[in-house]
Ligand binder design. Structure first.
Ligand code: NAP
Ligand code: GLV
Length: 309
């Protein structure tokens, strides 16, 4: 029986150990860097892999991401023959939909304006609009994007979305393909990014997209920092093309103290907290994937390495 490596700068292995051991009593979980003999390790649970990579683990049968995304693993540097799985977890999905609803409602009900006005002791009335008159666009209609679109719909917004293949989600207008993103953006006063970061999606939140959005729109980026073409954001805010942005993810995290985004009243920064998986709820799929890896079976939520997500 092999041992499972746990390697993360964010997740606490002692939160994972009890729910995993309940399901797999003979589990041997070894926490990086104290993993003993590298040849004992047959499965790696990782947020970011160790700096020296995973190449030293010659008997790896699976790499299990501790997040929904896998770009932080840099798929090109992982052993080619070893399958990778990502987390799909109800706690994570619910938290993401909740964050996106909150960020969208904040703009919809002009709380961003009232927060700034309150500091200036400025009493300025903005007539509220019904949510049914506000269209929110969701980039990426996968697990998180679809849940977010549904939550927005339930809260009365008009919802449009964009994905690689067209989707059928009740009440959500679906766009697909290279031109579809601009057609969708043309309708959306609030755009939420929930795409995975791949070579195709890197830099996709850029001037061309902002120019396609109605004047005075809002951007919410909860995908990855690499999706945003940073140099295009401040000009879009200065010109009024965008009225505000909520950013949870950044090209370099933590965001450096002298980054221009910190000084922008129109940018709300959160420290990559939109959602995280719950060890209790996610343990069953991780344990199942350890069993599957050892039995040579396809993993749950296995990543298509060619697509990058
Ligand atoms: P997912 O289920 O794999 O969904 C990805 C969606 O993006 C799919 O709808 C896919 O289209 C679409 N897509 C991918 N490449 C595309 C392209 N080139 N053109 C158009 N559409 C494309 O992923 P998920 O679980 O929803 O997670 C999405 C991302 O959220 C993660 O990768 C991660 O970066 C981010 N995330 C952030 C946080 C945070 O705290 N900020 C937390 C968790 C996750 P198809 O369905 O047609 O393939
Ligand atoms: C967090 O960013 C994740 O990918 O789960």
């Amino acid at each position: 029986m092999g041992a499972v490596l746990f390697c993360s700068n964010l997740d606490d292995p002692e939160e994972w150990r009890p729910p995993m051991t309940r399901l797999m009593p003979d589990l041997e979980l070894r926490v990086y860097p104290n993993f003993g003999k590298a040849d004992d390790i047959d499965v790696a649970m990782v947020w970011r892999p160790p700096a020296e990579g995973l190449g030293q683990f010659k008997n790896l049968k699976a790499i299990l991401s501790l997040g929904a995304g896998v770009d932080q693993l840099d798929l090109s540097k992982l052993p080619a023959s070893v399958p990778v799985a990502r987390l799909v977890d109800d706690v994570l999905t619910t938290a993401m939909a909740e964050y996106c609803l909150l960020a969208a409602l904040r703009y919809h009900r002009r709380f961003d304006v009232y927060e700034r006005n309150a500091r200036l002791k400025k009493w300025e009335y903005h007539i509220p609009r019904p949510a049914a008159q506000r269209t929110v666009g969701v980039l990426g209609l996968g697990v998180l994007g679809a849940a977010t679109a549904e939550k927005l719909k339930l809260n009365g917004f008009k919802v449009v979305g964009w994905s690689r293949a067209p989707k059928s989600i009740a009440g959500v207008e679906s766009f697909a393909g290279p031109d579809g993103i601009y057609k969708m953006a043309g309708k959306a006063e609030i755009v939420i990014n929930l795409l995975p970061l791949t070579p195709e999606t890197r830099g996709i939140l850029n001037k061309k997209l902002f120019d396609a959005m109605p004047q005075g729109s809002y951007l919410i980026n909860v995908g990855r920092g690499g999706h945003l073409t940073e140099d295009d954001l401040l000009p879009a805010l200065q010109s009024g093309r965008l009225a505000g942005a909520t950013l949870d993810v950044f090209q370099k995290e933590p965001l450096v103290a002298d980054h221009a985004f910190w000084n922008q009243p129109a940018i709300l920064i959160t420290p990559h907290v939109a959602s995280t998986g719950g060890a209790e709820t996610a343990a069953p799929q991780v344990v199942e994937n350890i069993r599957r890896a050892r039995a040579g079976k396809t993993l749950l939520n296995q990543v298509d390495k060619a697509k990058g997500y």
